[in-house]
Design a protein around this ligand. Structure first.
Ligand code: FES
Length: 241
């Protein structure tokens, strides 16, 4: 299928509305395909809702076939499968399930690479018969764990030295065979958890305790006493109120 056979081509990805990446991508796209093409750029930084809305508008107007170019630099095979299955679900509402196509350029940050892809139908995927989630893929499962550790990577905790401490935490858990396994801990970095003045802040569930982990000794103590021994370290717990 060539470019001319698509009634509409949408460029969907994060950071396409503002910032340096958006500026470069949109400038290049306008040079290649005209300024009016910028109306077909959909920013999904805050989630996919704007894309679903735009696709629904195309379907309602009969702008078919429709090609959606996923220009997310972080995209992956499961991400593309998810996108195709969601588009398939939406297209079915309009009885147009065989009219939607998806493609992902090799160099997502380049508008030229995305535009070249429009004329490479052998690299377009339809949205029917999408493979189901692979059973064995790590991203298809909740990781094994006993503790969930929420490590703050907010601006004030970072200034207080949080990041090297969280790296050390991961390394120590891994060395002890307690990272992402039964009986072990799964670490998630978070935005500000709010008690910044007591930070670097780290919360552990179950239990929901909030800790101040200020140095390497505190990391070692948390790993050994809390995450391995299942005990408590009262002097690391943040103050209430
Ligand atoms: S920045 Fe970490 S608790 Fe606010």
């Amino acid at each position: 299928m060539s470019d001319l056979q698509y009634a509409r081509v949408l460029f969907a990805g994060p950071d396409l509305e503002q910032g340096s990446f958006a500026e470069l991508f949109c400038r290049e796209l306008a040079d290649l395909r005209g300024a009016e093409t910028l109306d077909d750029v959909v920013d999904v930084t805050a989630g996919p809702a704007p894309l679903w809305q735009r696709v629904r508008e195309c379907l309602a107007l009969g702008e078919l076939p429709l090609l959606v170019l996923d220009v997310d630099p972080q995209t992956s095979s499961p991400q593309l499968d998810w996108l195709r299955s969601e588009l398939h679900r939406i297209a079915q509402e309009y009885e147009a399930a065989d009219q939607l196509f998806v493609a992902s350029p090799r160099e997502a940050s380049s508008a030229a690479s995305a535009c070249e892809l429009i004329d490479q139908p052998q690299r377009h995927l339809d949205c029917a018969d999408v493979p189901s989630l692979p059973e064995t893929h790590a991203w298809s499962h909740i990781p094994r764990h006993t503790y969930r550790v929420l490590a703050c990577a907010g601006p004030r905790c970072v200034r207080r030295g949080a990041l090297p401490l969280w790296k050390l935490l991961r390394a120590n858990l891994k060395a002890a065979g307690r990272l992402e396994c039964d009986g072990g801990a799964h670490i998630t970095r978070t935005q500000c958890q709010f008690p910044c003045d007591q930070g670097p802040t780290l919360s552990v569930y179950p239990g929901g305790r909030w800790y101040r982990i200020a140095n390497e000794e505190d990391v070692v103590c948390l790993v050994n006493e809390v995450l391995i021994a299942g005990g408590e370290v009262p002097n690391l717990i943040q103050k209430e109120g």
